[in-house]
Structure formats: structure tokens, C-alpha cells
Design a protein around this ligand. Structure first.
Ligand code: ASP
Length: 315
């Protein structure tokens, strides 16, 4: 029997207390707590880390507050294209999808890719065809629509700007009260197996089929029982160039760093040196966890079998 731990995030960015209303803060905290508890319940009942993170992510994808599944951001063309990835640290199996449309829960599709395709990473139309073949639930465009994300996109659609869901460096003012994000989960189960998953609509106004770090194994999502399970959120281009999630694993494997040390090195030194705004959550196979961010805030929550529980928003 190992210690078990559940950790989730709901995106990072310029999330400031002064921009929040108590009601919105409460809505986020409640959503995080519900998702956290769903994943934790799987672990408590002896379920696997993979099933726990999936249970948590599905709820966040279904919640319009977050930039994943329902409530995803709009692309330059005014549609929603979603990315997701999942990785099982016990056997290094992984599944990922990018640019999928109308898939209610992209994390379900990524899991299907991991379990029932001979591939790891499917894109666009092909990924959608696979979803239909596997009986994955689809929804019409309206299901994914949210007024605030539409306004967020309208404000920048005529420019070349694209923005991290919680931050817009050019239109900070306009974006001020629009703080919503990518979702992720990592878990260590009672057998000491760990897993990571991330799901996102990407960045507002993205174009040319842009893919962020979230579905790229080793960049936004990575898990290996030997080291860690990591889910990232932030400016995807920099996380890709930094191979951020796998870098944490490497620092642990080759340098003998602890999870916390390795995550701090990557988030607060390496990413900062490239102006890569964001953060990440992680667990190791002893049930240790860390949540590290270099942005003003990151929606995040943790619950351990030792009775420790925390839901946090600001740095
Ligand atoms: N990392 C995501 C991306 O670049 C965005 C986010 O984390 O909010 O697509």
C-alpha cells in the first residue's frame, strides 16, 4: 500500500484577487473541490491513477468556467479546437489528440487513443473519425459556446495577438475579468502508480492549426513511475521549447533532485529565463506532490490520504 494523492489545476495566468468577485472565487473553488473529490474517490476505492485523473478532468471539461471541453476558447476562425493528453506512468503508455471539434470530453478520446489505437497522437479530422468509431460522445457547436470566451475572442480577433486564457499582454485591461483556464490532473494511487493528464482549448485567437504544449507528451504532460507525473499550464510555445514536463523528470532521474526541487528549477528558472509564464502540478510514486507557478495565480487543489486538503488560486 502506497500513500495516495490527487492534485488538479484549472489553468494559470494573471489571476489577481482584486479582479475577482467573491461569487466567482467561490464558483472556482467549488468546481475545483468537486473535481478533486471525484478523483480522490476513485483512489480511495482502490482505483488506478489513470481512472482518477480522468474522473477529475471530465468534470472540469464539463464546467464552462474552464478552457477545456465546454467553455473552450475560440480560434482565429471562431471555432473551438481542443487538445488533450493522458499518460500512464506505470507502463509509459500515452494517448493524445489535437485540434478536435465537437468531442464532449477530449480526455475520454485521448484515453481511447492510449488504450485502443496502435498510436499515441491523433489530429483533427482523423481524431474525430476515431472518436466516432469508438462511440465517444459528441456535442453540437452550441454546447461548447460561452459568452465570455466569445467576447474575449471578439476583442482580439482582428489582430495578430493570441492570448493565454488568463493573460493578454497586449489587452490586459480588456481581459482583466476573464480568468479561466486549461485543466490538468496528476495522481498517485495506492499501488504507487502515477499518471498525468491535461485538456485545453489552447490559446484564444490561435490560428494555422496551432498546437500548444498540453497534448505534446513530455512538454505539457508526462508520467513515469520512476520519477514523476506532471501536468503543465501556461504559454505553450515556451513549454514546448523547454520540454518542460520531461525536464522535471530528467532532473529527478539524472540529477537526483526531489519533485519540488526539479519543478522549481524548471518553472522558476528555466521557463522564467524564456519568459514562459505559467505553472505545473506534479506527484511522485511515494505520493509526494508539488504545485509551482511563476504567474500571479493558478487554480489548483490537492488532497492526500493523510487528510490534507487545499484549494488555492493566487500565488
Ligand atoms: N498551455 C496551453 C496552451 O498553450 C494554454 C494554457 O495552459 O492555458 O495551449
Amino acid at each position: 500500500m502506497s500513500n495516495f494523492t490527487m492534485v488538479i489545476h484549472g489553468g494559470a495566468g494573471t489571476i489577481l484577487k482584486e479582479d475577482m468577485t467573491p461569487a466567482l472565487e467561490q464558483a472556482y473553488s467549488n468546481a475545483l473541490k468537486t473535481s478533486l473529490d471525484a478523483g480522490y474517490a476513485v483512489l480511495e476505492n482502490g482505483g488506478t491513477a489513470v481512472n482518477a485523473i480522468k474522473a477529475s478532468i471530465v468534470l472540469l471539461e464539463d464546467n464552462v468556467l474552464f478552457n477545456a471541453g465546454r467553455g473552450s476558447v475560440f480560434t482565429k476562425k471562431g471555432v473551438q479546437e481542443m487538445d488533450a493528453a493522458i499518460m500512464d506512468g506505470s507502463n509509459l503508455s500515452a494517448g493524445a489528440v489535437t485540434g478536435v471539434r465537437n468531442v464532449r470530453n477530449p480526455i475520454e478520446l485521448a484515453t481511447e487513443v492510449m488504450r485502443n489505437s496502435n498510436h499515441v497522437f491523433l489530429s483533427g479530422k482523423g481524431a474525430n473519425d476515431f472518436a466516432i468509431k469508438q462511440g465517444i460522445k459528441l456535442e453540437p457547436d452550441e454546447y461548447f459556446y460561452s459568452a465570455f470566451r466569445y467576447d474575449q475572442w471578439k476583442a482580439i480577433r482582428d489582430s495578430d495577438t493570441y492570448s493565454l486564457d488568463h493573460t493578454n499582454h497586449h489587452l490586459e485591461e480588456l481581459m482583466k475579468d476573464k480568468k479561466f483556464g486549461t485543466v490538468g490532473a496528476v495522481a498517485c494511487d495506492a499501488n504507487g502508480n502515477i499518471a498525468a493528464a491535461t485538456s485545453t482549448g489552447g490559446m484564444t485567437n490561435k490560428k494555422y492549426g496551432r498546437i500548444g504544449d498540453s497534448p505534446v507528451i513530455g512538454c505539457g504532460t508526462y508520467a513515469n513511475n520512476k520519477t514523476c507525473a506532471i501536468s503543465c499550464t501556461g504559454h505553450g510555445e515556451i513549454f514546448i521549447r523547454s520540454v518542460a514536463a520531461y525536464d522535471v523528470s530528467c532532473l529527478m532521474e539524472y540529477k537526483g533532485m526531489s519533485l519540488q526541487e526539479a519543478m522549481e528549477k524548471v518553472v522558476n528558472e528555466k521557463l522564467v529565463s524564456l519568459q514562459g509564464e505559467g505553472g505545473m502540478i506534479g506527484v511522485d510514486s511515494n505520493g509526494n506532490y508539488a504545485m509551482v507557478l511563476n504567474s500571479a495565480g493558478m487554480y489548483r487543489a490537492v488532497r492526500t490520504d493523510k487528510g490534507f486538503e487545499q484549494v488555492l488560486i493566487y500565488k
